[in-house]
Design a protein around this ligand. Structure first.
Ligand code: ATP
Length: 355
């Protein structure tokens, strides 16, 4: 059970972040307080604004302060727009994932009734290993993991360990038990034999400890095709970092729009809500961004927290948020990416009034 206040840190971020994050915060506050959970929301410096005020997109004091919070709600960052040296520094999201050991990135893809979707029957969960793999910036204590010996030669380091692969596989198999009981292991072991081969073998070893969960495996290229051809056949998909990033955008688009794609990053003790989409500079400042991805990300984080702390209230608040989003969409309200004419704020207002 939660004792005292639930402390939630809010990092608005760049681009559409300051538009969609406050919508999710307001709705989640309503859902939590309605269930008797006292919440303290604190905004911390982050992103382009923090460069101006504190000299870094993720200032040390923000990182230190985050240690004292129960949950983190994080908006997108637009590193490409940062000045000078900040542009080539590790992305703020990567710093957060590393600092707090957020090794699992959970990205569900499910169509929302009333939203046009290429795959209306898709309902899957991508469990993405988030701490190593082919993403060079995540696998080094110092340095970026990319090298340029000459201006015309570039190299990147990929890292796969049995420990991290088994750890993510365990989360995938546990989650499959709460869903339809099937895991698909995605790799490219026919080419990247040692690295993604080790990932595959570690996952299949873990599978033996979950005899009640069925398992199959796919090469990532075949998986891309199968996701389009028969998306409803997949339940939990476990894969390494880069493959998970790409497949989750594909799954999100099949389920409707990138603006719907939610995600949480977690360790065994900490959780961070962060939508899959970026800062969307092309629409930022116009008040038309779709807040659903952020709303669903916060809903997932609350559900994760409630289960971990044996308190039904945050779990129920998360479910209520999802239900309120579904009812809002069903009532014909939607932002332009869904073919609607509503603003971000109007969508948020309706979600809060449904709650
Ligand atoms: P990043 O590399 O930072 O993840 P990205 O290249 O994936 O960013 P996004 O910023 O996610 O790009 O934007 C991709 C496209 O999706 C843009 O056209 C953007 O306007 C659109 N988009 C992203 N998020 C939303 C949203 N919440 N609502 C509406 N459209 C969105």
């Amino acid at each position: 059970m939660i004792e005292g206040e639930l402390r939630i840190a809010v990092l608005d971020g760049d681009g559409i972040g300051p538009e969609v994050v406050p919508v999710a915060v307001r709705a989640a506050d309503r859902a939590l307080t309605a269930r008797g959970v006292a919440v303290r929301w604190d905004r911390l410096p982050f992103g382009r604004a923090a460069i101006d005020s504190h000299g870094a997109p993720i200032p040390e004091q923000t990182l230190d302060a985050l240690e004292g919070y129960d949950l983190m709600v994080v908006g997108p960052h637009d590193s490409a727009s940062y000045p000078g040296e900040h542009r080539s520094a590790p992305a703020p999201g990567a710093i957060l994932r590393k600092r707090f050991g957020l090794y699992a990135n959970l990205r569900p893809a499910r169509a929302i009734p009333g939203v046009a979707a290429t795959a209306p029957d898709i309902d899957l969960l991508i469990v993405r290993e988030n701490s190593e793999g082919l993403y060079a910036d995540r696998n080094m204590a110092v340095g970026s993991g990319e090298f340029m010996p000459t201006p015309d030669v570039a190299l990147a380091v990929g890292l796969v360990t049995r420990q991290a692969s088994e750890r993510i596989a365990e989360r995938a198999f546990e989650l499959a038990r709460t869903r339809r009981g099937h895991v698909t292991v995605v790799h490219k072991a026919n080419v990247l034999r040692l690295t993604t081969g080790l990932f595959r073998d570690a996952c299949l070893d873990v599978a033996r400890r979950y005899p009640d969960v069925t398992v199959d495996q796919q090469h990532v290229d075949a998986m891309a095709a199968l996701l389009v051809r028969r998306p409803a056949d997949f339940d939990v998909v476990v894969t390494e970092n880069l493959f998970g990033d790409i497949l989750s955008d594909l799954a999100a688009e099949l389920s409707g729009s990138l603006g719907l794609a939610s995600s949480i990053n977690c360790s065994d003790t900490r959780v961070m809500a962060q939508a899959v989409h970026g800062a969307a500079p092309d629409i930022a400042g116009r008040g038309v961004a779709d807040p659903i991805a952020m709303l669903h990300s916060v809903a997932s984080a609350l559900q994760w927290y409630g289960l971990r702390h044996d308190d039904a209230r945050p779990t129920e608040a998360g479910a209520a948020l999802r239900q309120a989003v579904a009812e809002t969409v069903a009532s014909g309200i939607g932002t332009p990416d869904l073919g609607g004419t509503s603003t971000t704020a109007e969508f948020g207002e309706r979600v809060v009034s449904v709650l």
